[in-house]
Design a protein around this ligand. Structure first.
Ligand SMILES: [Ca+2]
Ligand SMILES: [Ca+2]
Length: 209
């Protein structure tokens, strides 16, 4: 499905966010060798929409590995991430704040059918889930997912609107897919449209693979 990508996403990506250093879930400790990064926007930065955060995550790379909004696919992965959770400040109850991290789950294509929107699991339905009791409730129309919702210890999930207000998101880096570059040197409008086209093309290709 085609996504409208604001040109603001390009300039926002160039603003340094208060990101904790990426950390690895090493195979030696029973992990998948993927890297993760808790990204928290600066307090003066405008919040993002979910699709803007998605585009920024998929344009990022680390150690030569492509990024995407994290796909948490097992209790072990959730537990590992809980132990590394670095939300900013307390959970305030603000709808989307610096403690709730957007992850890569969505039901934007089919209401009630959540799937992963990027990474190696792109298009796959969720297997493991960690919903807070009563969620997902699609309250007022909610098609994106944050983790660590009102519970930083167990990292419970909530479906949220995602139109705007994203102030924190979790990026996962692994060998696939190839990162989508943000064309930093191009005019913002051209860059944004180019990224949109590239991302749409890649999504279709991945889906049919
Ligand atoms: Ca929904
Ligand atoms: Ca909800």
């Amino acid at each position: 499905m085609k996504r409208i990508l604001s040109t603001a996403v390009v300039s926002l990506a160039l603003i340094s966010s208060a990101a904790a250093a990426p950390f690895q879930w090493s195979a030696g400790s029973g992990g998948n060798d993927h890297w993760y990064e808790f990204v928290i926007l600066g307090s003066g930065d405008p919040s993002l929409s979910a699709t803007q955060a998605e585009a920024i995550a998929e344009s990022s790379s680390f150690m030569g590995l492509g990024g995407y909004l994290a796909t948490i696919t097992s209790a072990a992965e959730q537990t590992f991430l809980n132990s590394n959770w670095t939300g900013a400040g307390s959970v305030t109850g603000q709808f989307l704040d610096y403690s709730y991290f957007l992850i890569g789950a969505t039901d934007r294509d089919t209401e009630g059918s959540f799937e992963w929107m990027g990474g190696p699991e792109d298009g796959n339905p969720l297997g493991y889930t960690n919903w807070k009791p009563g969620e997902p409730n699609n309250a007022g129309g909610e098609d994106y997912v944050v983790a660590w919702w009102e519970d930083s210890a167990s990292g419970t999930w909530n479906d949220v609107p995602g139109i705007t207000g994203v102030r924190a998101y979790l990026v996962e880096y692994s060998s696939a897919p190839v990162p989508v570059p943000l064309p930093a040197a191009l005019p913002l409008l051209v860059g944004g449209l180019g990224l949109l086209g590239f991302a749409a093309h890649r999504r279709r290709r991945t889906t049919t693979a």
